[in-house]
Write a protein that binds this ligand. Sequence first.
Ligand SMILES: *Cc1c(COP(=O)(O)O)cnc(C)c1O
Length: 342
Amino acid sequence: MEKKQLDWANIGFTYIPTDYRYVSNYKDGAWDKGALSTEANIVLSECAGVLQYAQTAFEGLKAYTTKDGRIVTFRPDLNAERINNSAKRLEMPPLPEGQFLNAVDQVVSSNGAYVPPFGSGATLYLRPYMFGSSPVIGVKPAEEYQFRVFATPVGPYFKGGVRPLTLRICDEDRAAPNGTGHVKAGLNYAMSLHAIVEAHTLGFDENMYLDAATKSMVEETGGANFIFITKDKKVVTPKSNTILPSITRRSLMEVAEKYLGLTVEEREVPVSELGEFAECGLCGTAAVISPVGKIVDHGKEILLPSGMEGMGEVTKQLYDTLTGIQMGEIEAPKGWIHEIKA
Ligand SMILES: *Cc1c(COP(=O)(O)O)cnc(C)c1O
């Protein structure tokens, strides 16, 4: 297939429309069979459930070219499962897992010209999402829904090298106890926009959110989970039922245990322990892991021993192993790599 002539190394993380997207509508109690469309715009009722009461959830995953030239996605079955957990929490109708997976495959294969070549560092980012499309004015779930998947090429995350992040501990909350922090709802992001704009204005890269109830335990950032490495090389990730279960983080914990032979712990992480760790990273689909160099707790600086120059030793091993698995250079656990035929 003739590739689009894009400057893969410099496209950044912005929306670039591609040729095809998948659309399925839910009406009279059932999802239709769905189809690809060339129409990037949506016409909706001014009173659609998504516009009035934010009834929407999304996913994010990537398609990319492996070393041996296959086009693949990474564990898309977990995205299918997670969007349905989000749908249930927001009173939206679940989508059959097979339909989700087929939709993602169709969007990738029809936009094959936009899947970046191996070695470019760029990927084709996929955005599945679901929203209430019928009019709702009294507070209740919509009766009709739309599910879409679009694709947009994105550049390498660490353009110009790895730069460890500086975080601040944030006074605002991302998620309430028994709220929606554990599902991928657009509303969680709407809540975080003010805090992230403020963080950037003050010179921080990200917010570290604490548990809303006690303000003593580490949760996550606006869109990525934490992993910490202890001085004796244990891999620790915060446990809380208001954290969004990152597929990248779950995969990294498995890689740490099974490929690197490290001890892993999912447990509460008190803020008071932050000064004890050797390394810290943010995990999510976009970066895999971004190293954190500094955490500022209301003026008090916590400097990670891994420093501000690059990834710490264990973070780098984790990063190299998982990206090696994704790119087909290291053998993957069964079911992690899903190949898409052109
Ligand atoms: C999507 C998301 C993540 C990262 O999840 P991945 O599945 O690894 O991409 C982490 N935290 C939040 C709040 C998210 O929305």
